[in-house]
Design a protein around this ligand. Sequence first.
Ligand code: ADP
Length: 398
Amino acid sequence: MNVLVINCGSSSLKFQLLNMEDESLMASGLVERIAIAGSQMILKTVDGEKHTVQTPMEDHSVALKIVLDALVDPKYNIIKDLKEIDAVGHRVVHAGEEFANSVIVDDEVLDAVERCVELAPLHNPPNLLGIRAIQSLLPGVPNVAVFDTAFHQTMPPEAYIYPLPYEWYEDLRIRRYGFHGTSHKYVAEETATFLGKNIEDLKIITCHLGNGSSITAVDRGKSVDTSMGFTPMEGLVMGTRVGFLDPAIISFLQKKTDYTTDEITHILNNNCGVLGISCISSDFRDLDDAASVGDKKAQLALDIFRRTVKKTVAGYAAIMGGVDAIVFTGGIGENSITDRAGILSGMEFMGVTIDDEKNQVRGKAQVISKDDGKVAVVVMPTNEELAIAKDTKKLVEG
Ligand code: ADP
């Protein structure tokens, strides 16, 4: 079975075509600047070559038509006919409380995703555009929606209710939803397999650390707490997002400055986090470089990031009554030797160790704790596209 995986953003989309017999990648790519001058598609074939197609793309439907045309273009030698695409898996950001699992798309699912637009106004609309475009371009081919929020629907109320007037939850749907669910679930399951254990027997803390970062407590395969909240802005200090914040700061800013509410929200999403503290960059490689030559603000940004990760990891261990494995994934989790070491330093009191030699690993699955460490610390590369394709295959094969 060949599964096309699509992740539609407001002006861009990413895609992968996977052969699910052996989970191999057949092609991947990116469309940029949809509905903006300078639209282009970059297609990557399995020989590692990149092919760029520059042509106007006025909407997501045109962009996806160009993707499909490229997949069957004989010069790229990917597939011969669109009939070779057996199913399409779509990343959909927000399912509110509507779905706790991936689902085959029908009219009811589309209505539910539509009802969640107000919860994810930047993400759900392009996700819906992608699904509707594929429905008309590939009639009869099943579409599956895989939600970022679904995995976290197992959280108990004490994890997801905010200490606000309760009717705001009932009337306005304000609660912690959590995000990155596809990645947290995937790396938790992969880690259990990698360790040769049954996930039902494990307490796992998954740290997805990238441009956006979140941590999840996975108790016997189920999410029981997570650090992102009503939106992906809450929780850890991120590349540009603020994370945990005293809400009184917002009304203080509104009184002291001319910023509108929308401007403050934009700043909290785009100009804060390690970028805001360091005044240098949101990229941890730049911060490492600057800190290594003595830049104090870069070092402070890294210290604050590591401290919030450490506090969250320790808190989740307390909530689960222990931890068997701590998993690092995402661009930083998979690659940053110094951040992993900095986060876990001084946690021996709870059985968490790091082996400096084993920690010299980037982008591959490896245990990095000491042989006698009570907690397995694991680097596990995430693969959200493969996770989406696996769910798609499972549902379509029924
Ligand atoms: P996204 O959330 O956009 O998917 P990624 O998971 O790809 O992001 O993570 C991107 C981030 O990973 C970069 O901003 C950078 O900070 C970090 N990163 C990648 N490689 C390294 C590295 N070798 N050392 C430190 N940080 C790294």
